[in-house]
Design a binder for this molecule. Structure first.
Ligand code: S3P
Length: 447
């Protein structure tokens, strides 16, 4: 049964000291989704090692099957995809149900929009609230038709893909790898070049993986922080082996836990340190966190390192808005670290947090309040008033079907005076199904 169909399962975290051990968190979610999708679009056998076997990625695997691929698990984290190739999609017979997965659904909308097939996209109550116009607008310019959509451009929605996909040049209205990727994936089936311009660079896994499968992708700087990405359409993708590095967005939870739980000393193995994903590390180091990068190396085309983390005092900092795209999923757990720091932490430019799996700005502020921590929202900024280390706890964080809100407040409870409860832990399975047993193995009291 999928996570969102289950009854809520509350979890409680209690004060725990001396977290220690060496662990590897599961594979990166962004890369796992993309591996399934490019496998679908390649004729022949793509192999994936270290795939994140979380609910979200399994939904993308199901959608790839519905669109014609043969997808098979051959061992723990090892998967095989026999794709249909660009232009070869079959029309799905049923609704594509993406559950909680914004990335899977939005990237697959791009794939469908570029093919002459019709498909309906749907998901859970969280996905049904998320804005899809930002994806649909460029896809309509590329020749797709929106047959139906729920109010305000939401799921469930039906896309009739283009008969002849039009290559476009598109400037994304917000920094979003999902928008960029949807346009590039649609552009795979367009004659000529498709260009995406972003004012702030977002994660570049689609560009990297397209190249890995043999597509021609050029990336140039645009403006101070931006990029211009150009894809040559209708390439013949070649089957590839994708090795998925450990997800920095999942590593963030044990990492912050080790910083705030007294006397902890932990190693997280093989964490991806792609600069477009490592804003949290930059910020925590500025806060005075004791993090050592060991054995920097390359794995699966990405730079990775083993991270050694030792508990210690943190101080509040000012996090610039320009850093947001490189740590967009990490603000809930950064807010937890900030609650234990001395002084205020101001996180700037967080408007995109309002349209994640939940309104994370509101959910974080409410969870902090439940723990006895003051915070202020000023326009798009969140200011956490740090306690200098003593956080009362003793409350319940409402998770609103959001895995990262659940994990962030469980991490918090490992260092609060009284236990912290979250109202529902089931959604953790979407991105980090082994979170609770891995944390327990480090000495965390979560039940
Ligand atoms: C993702 C992009 C980000 C991020 C999400 C994964 C991706 O969303 O929040 O968890 O894999 O492309 P946006 O592109 O909407 O910022």
């Amino acid at each position: 049964m999928s996570a969102h169909a289950q009854a809520p399962a509350p979890l409680t975290a209690r004060r725990s000291e001396k977290l220690s051990g060496r662990i590897r968190v599961p594979g990166d979610k962004s890369i796992s989704h993309r591996a399934m999708i490019l496998g679908l679009l390649t004729v022949g056998e793509t192999r994936v090692e270290g795939l994140l076997e979380g609910e979200d990625v399994l939904r993308t695997a199901d959608a790839a099957r519905a669109l014609g691929a043969m997808v098979e698990r051959t061992g723990p984290g090892s998967w095989r995809v026999r794709g249909v190739g660009i232009g070869g999609l079959v029309e799905p017979r049923d609704v594509l149900d993406f559950g909680n997965a914004g990335t899977g659904s939005r990237l697959m909308m791009g794939v469908v929009a570029g093919h002459p097939v019709t498909a309906t996209f749907d998901g859970d109550a969280s996905l049904r609230k998320r804005p899809m116009r930002r994806i649909l607008d460029p896809l309509v310019r590329m020749g797709a038709e929106i047959v139906s959509e729920a109010e305000g451009g939401r799921c469930p929605l039906t896309i009739r893909g283009a008969r002849e996909t039009i290559p476009i040049t598109y400037e994304t209205p917000v920094p979003s790898a999902q928008i960029k990727s949807a346009v590039l994936l649609a552009g795979l089936n367009a004659p000529g070049t498709t260009t995406v311009i972003e004012r702030e660079a977002s994660r570049d896994h689609t560009e990297r993986m397209l190249r890995h499968f043999g597509a021609e992708v050029a990336v140039e700087p645009a403006g101070e922080h931006g990029r211009r990405v150009t894809l040559v359409g209708q390439p013949e993708l070649r089957p590839a082996v994708v090795v998925v590095p450990a997800d920095p967005s999942s590593a963030a939870f044990p990492l912050v836990a080790a910083l705030i739980a007294p006397d902890s000393d932990l190693v997280l193995e093989g964490v991806m340190i792609n600069p477009l994903r490592s804003g949290l590390l930059t910020t925590l180091v500025e806060m005075g966190a004791d993090i050592t990068f060991l054995d920097r190396r390359e794995e699966g085309g990405e730079e990775v390192a083993d991270l050694r983390i030792r508990a210690g005092a943190l101080r509040g900092v000012d996090v610039p808005a320009a850093r947001a795209p490189s740590m967009i999923d990490e603000y809930p757990v950064l807010a937890v670290a900030a609650a234990f720091a001395s002084g205020d932490t101001r996180m700037r430019g967080l408007h995109e947090l309002r349209v994640k799996e939940s309104d994370r700005l509101a959910a974080v502020a409410a969870g902090l309040a439940a723990a006895g921590v003051d915070s202020t929202i000023e326009a798009d900024d969140l200011i956490v008033h740090g306690t200098g280390g003593r956080v009362r706890g003793g409350g319940t964080a409402a998770t609103h079907l959001d895995h990262r809100i659940a994990m962030a407040f469980l991490v918090m409870g490992l260092a609060t005076e009284k236990p912290m409860k979250v109202d529902d832990g089931t959604m953790i399975a979407t991105s980090f199904p082994t979170f609770v047993p891995l944390m327990r193995g480090l000495g965390a009291d979560i039940a």
